[in-house]
Design a protein around this ligand. Sequence first.
Ligand SMILES: NC(=O)C1=CN([C@@H]2O[C@H](COP(=O)(O)OP(=O)(O)OC[C@H]3O[C@@H](n4cnc5c(N)ncnc54)[C@H](O)[C@@H]3O)[C@@H](O)[C@H]2O)C=CC1
Ligand SMILES: O=C(O)C(=O)COP(=O)(O)O
Length: 525
Amino acid sequence: MPKVLISDDLSPLAKQIFEARGIEVDQIVGLTKDELIAKIGEYDGLAIRSATKVTKDVIAAATNLKVVGRAGIGVDNVDIPTATGAGIVVMNTPFGNSITTAEHAIAMMFAIAREIPMADASTRLGKWEKNRFMGVELTSKTLGIIGCGNIGSIVAERALGLRMKVVAFDPYLSPERAVDLGVEKVELDELFRRADFITLHTPLTDGTRGVVNAAAFAKMKDGVFIINCARGGLVVEKDLKAALESGKVAGAALDVFEVEPAKQNDLFAFENVILTPHLGASTNEAQVNVAVQVAEQMADYLLDGAVTNALNMASVSAEDAPRLRPYMKLAAQLGGFAGQLTETGIKKVVIEYEGDAAQLNVRPLTAAVLEALLRPLMDSVNMVNAPTVAKERNIEVSEVKHDREGDYHTLMRVTVTTEKQTRDIAGTLFANGDARIVQIKGISIEAQVTDNMIFVVNEDLPGFIGNLGTILGSAGLNIATFNLGREAAGKEAIALVAIDGAVPQDVLGQIRSLPHVRQVKHLKF
Ligand SMILES: NC(=O)C1=CN([C@@H]2O[C@H](COP(=O)(O)OP(=O)(O)OC[C@H]3O[C@@H](n4cnc5c(N)ncnc54)[C@H](O)[C@@H]3O)[C@@H](O)[C@H]2O)C=CC1
Ligand SMILES: O=C(O)C(=O)COP(=O)(O)O
């Protein structure tokens, strides 16, 4: 039974869902890094929010971990490249808290425009400072949105409802989508120049870190307001401090900080700064959404192999997972076959899908082929990182789906081009899901893949089969199945022999020295 650790403050519904699906769960919030490292080896799944940092050290200790589930959106607290390298799927819940976070940004904009927290504190002190709190009207003001994805778009809709003008900077926002949303797509400098309020809604990446810095403040209107409900680190805090001191920035509303938890920060000293402790996603509605989603997604993966909202792997729906399972096996056999025969650098891989296979979600199958193909070359490859590893090694990978009706109701063919040659292998599935190799190097054959096989390429001349049988028999090796195929009489022939047990090197050497043998390979699956 898989075991999951919930290491952040998720709704109790997450635990209930895991348990209802037969998964053992521990919820331990507030573990130190060392405590997490000491415990993580026990678990197949880790469910987190933003507090748990899934670093290289944690991943190195996570010897059983298969999935990290982020109950929320931002995954900057997870070292995704390292998780990918370790074959750990990282998933999030990309929509569950977006409305709630957008509402927080709008609430923060109102709060800073009307100084609500400051007025509240003053009123409680019995001061009744009606003249001190002179606000700013939002209607007709320009809101600049940096990052107009899910949350940014909801903020835009709400702001338009408030009769604000909205300009947005987002390199990936299409002009059509901007028109649909009713926002004006602008360059970043123009946004800085025109906006009365600036709100950030990008992930924290190398491309966005420090986007609001001293140079940016210099371009802004005097008296601008800054709202950050995305990530600390997008706004350079020391530059914001200087801009508040100079009066360039009239006020800032921050939900996120360069260092969290933010228990000490120079910005606390400013009366015109509003601070919340990373509350963007903190509503009952959002927390129920993200906890339920993450638990269901993680359980689907751990129990059925279904992959939803993964950041480092192709999706596999719960409906597809059982249909894909026999194909995954076939994909691994074809990839493994080709990989074990490959002796020089791979340049190109073409994976063709025909008949029923062409109707499937083929990306996971392609990943399974690549994993098995690259496995003989490297231990560190897995289903999750195989496409990235192939890309890093400049291997050109293509998937081709054929509409045509072939000889088989379903067929997968893997063609590998190396520095020296091009080789192809094809397989099919029987109705019961059993896989068969049906073609190697264009030669028809019908072979079931077993743990230990000997693959021989020879010239089709009399005597070879008898000689081969004699060598195997003399070595005490039992032949489980013997499959033969040939190009044409007297031309190239192949033999695929399944052996019960391992095949010693000297036996392979003896086969290699038989007349007319061109290639001999021991294949292990
Ligand atoms: N305060 C909180 O509690 C919460 C914070 N967040 C943060 O909000 C962020 C945004 O969330 P979503 O809108 O759901 O993500 P999203 O992926 O839908 O949108 C992000 C947008 O940023 C854009 N972008 C990427 N690089 C950019 C750049 N250099 N300049 C401008 N735009 C760029 C993308 O094109 C995309 O449209 C999350 O990554 C997370 O860090 C999310 C939820 C709660
Ligand atoms: O979903 C996100 O990206 C958030 O920042 C929410 O963070 P939290 O789950 O509240 O720690």
